[in-house]
Design a protein around this ligand. Structure first.
Ligand code: ZN
Length: 293
């Protein structure tokens, strides 16, 4: 009886330790302001060929399916892993087949669930060399939002990406384009996708938006931020592609181009004019912000 009581005591002790551990891990994260569209559900769908939308209403996550396993680009907020998993499975794919995790930049609304998904799938995390330190400290070294604690669970990158590096898996070749400014390592991704009719060049753009706290004349943690924004705006104007996608659904007007339940229609995402207009607006915003200081 005494042995049983002791066993009970020690199991209770272990359970409470585990609980405390879980709670304190969740509490470690700094509470960030979130928009409701960031965690609102959105039905997953096939964009083009082997590329699928598996994100939330506004936080885009993309699944690229290959015979050698799958690639997931962006993971939404901390906690979005449950929804992304549900989306991947609803499309008929295995969550555990995710082999590579990519991110357009290391902010809590795009890499929030990366740690959880990496843990669940064993996928290799690849991110631009300049965002890797921010990813590794939960966002605390971010030049604008950092310094006040972790905003997401940290992830140590398995591979550091540089401008124009290629990520290869199962016949796919994804080119990482370094588009710094929004973060030091912000990146867009470009790749070709085939369907029975044609080949499409896809751009997943990290649009160079500027946070209100950013001083484009230079930040203590990022003296060249203004120059980098100028470089990125220029580089992005020169890109050639067919399909325009981005980190946020609102940045490429997903909801206007696709309604839940719509039939497969990749051409709905061919939108050079919309892209040029968006880059133009960001250019004007950059110039306005530069003149303010
Ligand atoms: Zn961001």
């Amino acid at each position: 009886m005494k042995a049983f009581k002791n066993l009970l005591k020690s199991s209770l002790f272990i359970i409470s330790l585990m609980l405390i551990c879980c709670i304190s891990q969740a509490q470690q994260l700094r509470k960030m302001e979130e928009q409701p569209e960031w965690s609102k559900d959105y039905p997953p769908f096939r964009i083009v060929g082997n590329l699928y939308y598996v994100g939330t209403y506004d936080l885009a996550s993309y699944l690229i399916v290959t015979p050698k396993g799958n690639i997931l680009i962006n993971t939404g907020l901390p906690g979005s892993d449950t929804m992304i998993r549900r989306h991947v499975e609803a499309l008929g794919f295995k969550f555990s087949d995710i082999r590579i995790l990519l991110a357009t930049h290391a902010h809590f609304d795009h890499v929030g669930a990366a740690a959880a998904i990496k843990k669940a799938t064993g996928a290799k995390m690849m991110i631009n060399e300049f965002d890797a330190p921010v990813l590794a400290d939960g966002g605390n070294s971010d030049y604008v939002m950092g310094g006040k604690g972790m905003m997401f669970m940290p992830v140590k990158a398995d591979r550091l990406l540089h401008d124009r590096d290629t990520i290869k898996l199962g016949g796919m070749q994804i080119i990482a384009l370094h588009h710094p400014g929004h973060t030091k390592g912000a990146s867009s991704f470009m790749f070709d996708v085939k369907d029975p009719h044609r080949t499409y060049r896809v751009l997943i753009a990290n649009m160079p938006s500027i946070l209100s706290e950013t001083n484009v004349s230079g930040m203590p943690g990022y003296p060249n931020v203004g120059k980098d924004y100028a470089y990125t705006l220029n580089a992005m104007k020169l890109l050639q592609f067919d399909i325009f996608l981005a980190s946020h659904a609102s940045q490429f007007d997903l909801q206007k181009k696709h309604k839940p339940g719509d039939a497969y229609n990749p051409d709905a995402f061919i939108d050079r004019a919309g892209y040029d207009e968006a880059i133009d607006a960001l250019q004007k915003n950059y110039e306005k912000r530069l003149a303010e200081k």
